[in-house]
Structure formats: C-alpha cells, structure tokens
Write a protein that binds this ligand. Structure first.
Ligand SMILES: [Zn+2]
Length: 259
C-alpha cells in the first residue's frame, strides 16, 4: 500500500523576518499547487487522505495541511478552491482571535467566527491543542486537557465531529500518542518524515513533508519521490505487532494510562 503523502504549511503570507521559513507567499503557494496538479496529484484534507489510505487508494492524493490557524489562511482557501483542492487547518482552540505567543512572532490567528467560516468552505478544521505547548513536557492532567478539551471546544463551535489532530512543534512521545488515542482521534499528523516515537499507532503518527517558500516544482517533486522511497524502505521492515483496540496498553513512563 502506498504510504500517505502530506505537506505541512503554516502562514500563507509574505512576512519578514521569518527565520523558521514558516511563511509561503500566496503567489508561491499558487505555483506549488499548480506543480502538484501537473504531477497528477490532487490536494485533499488529512481526513480524506487517511480514509483513502485505509481503503488502499491514496495514490494520486496529497494531504495539504496548514498549522496554527493564521488569518491569512482565508487567502489560501481561495487558491485551494480555485483548483478543487481540499485541505486541513489545524487550529489552536484556546487562542482564537489572538496571536502566535508560543513562538512570540505575534502573527494574528483566526477568530472563532473565522474558523467557522473556514469550516463552511469545506476545509477540514482539526485540533492543534488549546495553547500550543510542547506536549511531552506537560504533566498528565495538562496533556489530557490540551488534547481532549481542544477537541470539545471545536466540536461545540462547529457542531460536528472533529477527528483530526496535529502535534505542536511536531513533538510527540508514546505517552502523548496514547493521550491522543484515548481522546478518540482518528488521525494525527507529525512535523517530519522520520520514524515516529512508537510504531503502534500509524494513523496517529502520520508523517508530513515541510513545504517552504523555496520549494519550486523540482524540489516538491523531489520530496514526493523521497517520500515514496522512504515508505518503501519502511515497508521492508517487519510489521509492528497488532495492539488491541483502545490502545491503553502502550508501554511508556506515564502510570496514568495503565488500565
Ligand atoms: Zn503549530
């Protein structure tokens, strides 16, 4: 089965300074989307990507994901709609109408009504916690609140199920993944393509390739190719042992998740 291929974006704007390369200007994003289309790829939400993956038909799909929920996502949504592409926006459910205070760059975040507007456009809205902490450093009660309460806030706001999650800073460990499983999420995305902290929840440790302002058509194609080579190498390894449903028996340091 072809491994799912997903790209990770943040802000869609021309900003300076941008030392982490988190911004892709709208005209650059438009060219990148066109390049994907020329490669025969269709941009979809993580939910659609993973449903297709489970059905063995993710070939030809690329997950388009945007982290943090910046106000400029509305510009991206227009570019996506023009091409018939879907996407997932991972929002920080305790920071609506605020700014990015975790990196301290002050970039503005969508208000609650902005998030509803995005949902109404058909873009998947998913959780990126309440306050964007480093989850592996959170005590168990805080970890649970960040993962579970953010989902409840979004489901209240949107009036439907919110089954997607993204780890802030891409930071996860087995206790964090177990908390995401306990909260009932169906899929969760990481920030890189390396090995996850645990092989037990592949749908909750979905890798993503970083897409930056310097990614022209050739580099995007290289990332797509590298992803498939990487997936093939992983496919040669023995499959991880099957775990019972519920996922509460993952061995890790937190005594909380022991039944
Ligand atoms: Zn983030």
């Amino acid at each position: 089965m072809t491994a799912p291929f997903a790209l990770m974006y943040h802000s869609v704007a021309r900003r300076s300074p941008d030392p982490e390369g988190l911004c892709v200007p709208p005209d650059t994003l438009a060219r990148q989307l066109d390049a994907l289309q020329r490669r025969g790829l269709r941009g979809v939400s993580t939910g659609e990507l993973m449903a297709a993956h489970r059905a063995g038909s993710a070939r030809g799909l690329v997950g388009l994901t945007f982290d943090d929920g910046y106000t400029d996502f509305l510009d991206a949504a227009e570019l996506l709609a023009e091409r018939g592409f879907g996407a997932t926006l991972y929002v920080v459910a305790g920071r609506f109408g605020g700014t990015n205070d975790w990196d301290g760059n002050g970039w503005p975040l969508l208000t609650a009504s902005g998030v509803r507007e995005v949902d109404a456009l058909g873009v998947e809205v998913a959780s990126h916690t309440l306050t964007h902490p480093h989850l592996p450093r959170c005590p168990p009660a805080r970890l649970r609140a960040e993962v579970t309460d953010s989902r409840a806030v979004l489901e209240d706001l949107l009036g439907h199920e919110v089954p997607g999650f993204a780890y802030p800073f891409g930071d996860e460990d087995p206790a964090v993944v177990a908390a995401v499983a306990d909260a009932g999420y169906r899929d969760a995305v990481r920030a890189d393509t390396g090995a996850p902290s645990t092989p037990d929840f592949p749908d909750l440790t979905v890798p993503r390739s970083y897409a930056g302002p310097g990614d022209g058509p050739v580099r995007l194609a290289a990332k797509h190719l590298r992803h498939h080579l990487h997936a093939r190498v992983h496919a040669r390894r023995p499959a991880p042992s099957r775990r019972p449903a519920g996922g509460r028996d993952v061995p890790h340091r937190s005594p909380r998740s022991r039944p």
